[in-house]
Structure formats: structure tokens, C-alpha cells
Write a protein that binds this ligand. Structure first.
Ligand SMILES: [Fe+2]
Length: 202
């Protein structure tokens, strides 16, 4: 009996959940740090690292078919270990960790991957811990979303997170922050893929 092979376009694409758009919020840096690279722990060649649980946050920027998107500028920003943002309007301004970069950028290559070294975000009044993301692509409106920590009890009460009505879409922005095996410094890793609602023109 001959075996029949069906090519099913979109069979995998259906499993991909488009990352929900989330508010940019009020704390995108109103003045960018002197250093905007993907290492938020050390500013330029500073000697004192940021305070917090060091976390490697990585993932891929994908289109709806699951193909990687290159030349996307990925930006993250978040509060420091004291809940302070790199923004003049932040809470806890006097306690801001001067050694935390608070913001970083990464431009994707052909694999669509990005990587940041940052800290595990902490809660601040009114919000469960989260990392803000912006994805910028030529010819497209800036896309903003937020990434959350699996298992955080405050996730249940967070108004922004709960604002994502679709349960699958909501789950897609909540990821594990897991200890890296063998890391003596207790570093964590988190993986957050972002699925855009468009396919770049070839
Ligand atoms: Fe925030």
C-alpha cells in the first residue's frame, strides 16, 4: 500500500497563539540610559552590578506561520529590585538602583532570537511582576506587550494581565523563570517567544 504524504500548510501555524498586545504603560524611559545594550546588569563598564536575581531572558520573534522575523528591534524595560523605573515619574525614585540599566535593546538576526541579561522583575504597588516589551519593525506600528512570571500569586489579581480576555492568549505571556542547572550564582532563565500578527514582506 502506498503511503500518502500530505503537506498541510498552516498545520503548525494553528498551534501558534498571536501574542496579545498590552499597554505600554507610563514608564517607558523618558531619558534613555547611557548604555542601551542587552545586558541590563552592568552599565557600560561599571564595576558594580545591579541588585537582584540575575535572569537570562530570551526568545524568538516569529510571524504567524512560526517563521523567524529578522531585523526586529526588541526593547525591554522594567523596574529594579526596589520597584523603581528609569523614569522621572517612577515610584520609589530615591531608592532607585543606579547600577541597573532599566532598559535594553536587541536587534534580531536571521533566527529571530533575542537575548537579555536582566533581573527577575519584582512587584510594585498595583502590579504583579512583569517585563515590558516593545517590538519595532520598519513599516509596522510599534508593538508593545508584557511578560509575566509563572506561579506569581499576584498574577490572579493583576488588572493588566486579566485584561487579556482569551485564556490561551493570557497564558502565552506567562512563562517560567527557572533556575539554570549548575549556576552557582543562582541565575534564572526565562523564554518568551513573541508571535506577531503579520508576516514580513520577503
Ligand atoms: Fe510596569
Amino acid at each position: 500500500m502506498a503511503s500518502v504524504f500530505f503537506a498541510v500548510p498552516g498545520a503548525f501555524a494553528e498551534a501558534l497563539i498571536q501574542t496579545p498586545r498590552q499597554t505600554e504603560g507610563p514608564f517607558y524611559p523618558d531619558h534613555l540610559p547611557l548604555d542601551t545594550d542587552n545586558d541590563l546588569i552592568v552599565i557600560n563598564d561599571g564595576l558594580t552590578p545591579a541588585v537582584g536575581e540575575i535572569t537570562w531572558v530570551s526568545g524568538r520573534i516569529l510571524d504567524l506561520k512560526g517563521d523567524p522575523i529578522r531585523n526586529a528591534t526588541v526593547e525591554i524595560w522594567q523596574c529594579d529590585a526596589n520597584g523603581a523605573y528609569l523614569h522621572t515619574g517612577t515610584g520609589n525614585a530615591t531608592k532607585r538602583d543606579k547600577n541597573f540599566q532599566g532598559f535594553g535593546r536587541f536587534v534580531t538576526g536571521s533566527t529571530g532570537e533575542y537575548l537579555f541579561r536582566t533581573i527577575k522583575p519584582v512587584a510594585y504597588p498595583g502590579r504583579t511582576p512583569h517585563i515590558h516589551y516593545a517590538v519595532k519593525m520598519k513599516g509596522h506600528e510599534k508593538f508593545t506587550t508584557q511578560c509575566y512570571i509563572k506561579g506569581e500569586p499576584q498574577n490572579e489579581k493583576d488588572g493588566v494581565l486579566r485584561g487579556i480576555n482569551d485564556a490561551k492568549a493570557r497564558q502565552s505571556v506567562i512563562v517560567p523563570f527557572s533556575p539554570i542547572k549548575g549556576s552557582k550564582a543562582g541565575e534564572l532563565a526565562a523564554k518568551f517567544d513573541i508571535v506577531m500578527g503579520y508576516t514580513p514582506a520577503a
